[in-house]
Design a protein around this ligand. Structure first.
Ligand SMILES: [Zn+2]
Length: 418
C-alpha cells in the first residue's frame, strides 16, 4: 500500500471541500480516505504531501494524441486549407511505428500536465492501445472502421489488451461518413448496448452541410438512425440547434467542449452556459495537438470559463467550480470511466498532486478557483494512474527516456516533411 499524508485533499466527491485527510492506495484502487488512523497497515511507500494538494486527475475527453507531429507545423491559416493542404498530406505518411512514438510524446505531456486518461480518435488504434498499456496510460479509443466485422474485431482486440485501454464504436463525423457505414456502427452499438460518440457541429459549415445533405442536423441524423439509443455524445458541439440540445437532454448525451481548438480555428464558442442551464452533461477535451496546439487541461478549463463570459457579456457565466468538475469528473463519466471520476474508497487511484508552493497557487484563498484561473501544468508535482506513479517532481517513470522519445519524434517529423 502507498500512503499520501500531511497534505490537503480535494476529492471532488459531489462537493468542492478541501480536507486535511490522508489517502491510501492498494494496488490500482483507493483503499482509504479519511483522518489519520492508529491501525494503519505497513506501507511500502509513504508520500509526504508537505501541505500540497491531492486531487483526481484531469480526463481529456476528446483528443487525437498522435497528432503531435503537426504541432506548430501549420498555424495561423484558415481551417479548410490547414486541413486539406497541410494536415491530410502529412497524415498520409503515418505508419504504426510513427503513430506510436508520436503518441508517447503525448503521454509525456499528459502525465506531466496532470491528465490521467484520454478519449482518443485516430489511426493505428490497436498499436496505440499497446503503447498505452505498456506506458500505463489509461485511454478509451474510438473505433473508425467501416464494417460491423472490422469494428467488432478491433474492439475485442483492444478491450482484451489491458484494463487500462478500451474501445467504443464511433465514426469521424457526419461529413466524412456514408449512411451505410453509420448503419454498420449502429449494429455494433445495438448489439453491445454501447454509447456512440463522434464530432458534432464543430463548424457552422459542417452543421449547414448536414442539413443540405440529409435535411437534418448531425445530431438529428444520428438520433434518427438510432445511434444514441444507448447514449453517447458529441465532440465540440459549437453549433447545436435548439432541437439538438433537446435531443442531448432527452438522451442524456455528453457535450464535450474543446474551447482552445475552437478558438484557434475560429470555429466559435460552444454555448456551455445554456447546456448547463438545460442540464446537459458536459466534459472537456483538448482536441488534437495540431489544432490546439497544446494538450493542456488547465488552459481548456480557463478558456471554457472566460470565453463563455466574453460571449455572453456576463462575468458571472460559467462558474470555475463547474468547469473543474467537468474536467475531472464529467469527462471521466462521458468516457465510461465511472471508477475514475473522483477520490473515494474503491475508486481507481488516478490522482495528481498539485504543488501549492508555486507562486501562481499563492496565497491560498480558494484552491479550486486557483486551479482554474491561475493554475498551470507547471503546478503538477505527481501523476498516478491505476496506483502507479508515472511522473513525479519533473521525472518521468515511463519505458522510454524523454530523450529517446524526442529524438524519434524529431526524426519522424523530418521523414514526414521531407
Ligand atoms: Zn477532433
Amino acid at each position: 500500500m502507498i500512503r499520501f499524508f500531511n497534505g490537503k485533499i480535494l476529492a471532488l466527491n459531489g462537493n468542492y471541500d478541501v480536507t486535511d485527510h490522508e489517502l491510501w492506495v492498494d494496488g490500482d484502487k483507493i483503499a482509504y480516505i479519511g483522518p489519520a488512523r492508529a491501525d494503519a497497515p505497513a506501507f511500502e511507500r509513504e508520500i509526504d504531501l508537505a501541505g500540497n494538494l491531492l486531487m483526481p486527475g484531469f480526463k481529456n475527453a476528446h483528443t487525437h494524441s498522435a497528432m503531435t507531429f503537426g504541432r506548430s507545423i501549420a498555424d495561423d491559416m484558415p481551417l479548410q486549407p490547414w486541413l486539406f493542404e497541410r494536415i491530410f498530406p502529412l497524415e498520409a505518411k503515418l505508419t504504426p511505428e510513427r503513430v506510436c512514438w508520436l503518441f508517447k510524446l503525448a503521454i509525456m505531456e499528459y502525465v506531466s500536465g496532470g491528465v490521467t486518461a484520454g478519449f482518443d480518435m485516430y489511426f493505428y488504434r490497436p498499436q496505440s492501445a499497446e503503447t498505452c498499456a505498456e506506458y500505463g496510460f489509461r485511454n478509451v479509443f474510438c473505433s473508425l472502421n467501416d464494417t460491423y466485422e472490422t469494428i467488432i474485431a478491433e474492439m475485442d482486440k483492444v478491450n482484451s489488451l489491458s484494463p487500462l485501454v478500451s474501445m467504443l464504436p464511433s465514426i469521424h463525423a457526419e461529413y466524412t461518413t456514408s449512411i451505410d457505414t453509420m448503419k454498420e456502427v449502429l449494429r455494433v452499438c445495438q448489439e453491445r448496448k454501447l454509447p456512440f460518440f463522434t464530432h458534432i457541429s464543430e463548424t457552422a459549415t459542417e452543421h449547414a452541410g448536414s442539413i443540405e445533405r440529409h435535411g437534418l442536423t448531425p445530431t438529428e441524423l444520428f438520433d434518427s438512425l438510432g445511434l444514441f439509443e444507448y447514449g453517447g455524445g458529441g465532440y465540440h458541439c459549437v453549433h447545436l440547434s435548439e432541437n439538438d440540445m433537446e435531443i442531448f437532454k432527452k438522451r442524456g448525451l455528453w457535450a464535450i467542449t474543446c474551447p482552445a481548438s475552437n478558438a484557434k480555428l475560429a470555429s466559435g464558442i460552444a454555448p456551455l452556459e445554456k447546456f448547463s442551464a438545460m442540464g446537459i452533461n458536459m466534459g472537456i477535451g483538448t482536441d488534437g495537438p495540431s489544432s490546439n496546439n497544446s494538450l493542456d487541461m488547465f488552459r481548456e478549463m480557463y478558456l471554457a470559463c472566460v470565453l463563455q463570459k466574453l460571449s455572453l457579456g456576463d462575468a458571472a457565466a460559467m462558474d470555475a467550480l463547474k468547469v473543474l468538475s467537468m474536467a475531472c469528473c464529467g469527462s471521466a463519466k462521458a468516457m465510461g470511466l465511472n471508477d475514475c471520476d473522483c477520490l473515494a474508497e474503491g475508486k481507481q487511484a488516478d490522482m495528481i498532486v498539485i504543488d501549492l508552493s508555486r507562486p501562481s497557487m499563492q496565497p491560498i484563498n480558494n484552491i479550486p478557483k486557483n486551479l482554474v484561473y491561475s493554475g498551470s501544468k507547471d503546478c503538477v508535482k505527481l501523476t498516478m494512474i491505476a496506483g502507479k506513479v508515472l511522473y513525479e517532481n519533473g521525472e518521468f517513470f515511463l519505458p522510454d527516456s524523454p530523450e529517446t522519445i524526442y529524438e524519434n519524434c524529431q526524426r519522424i517529423v523530418a521523414e514526414m516533411t521531407a
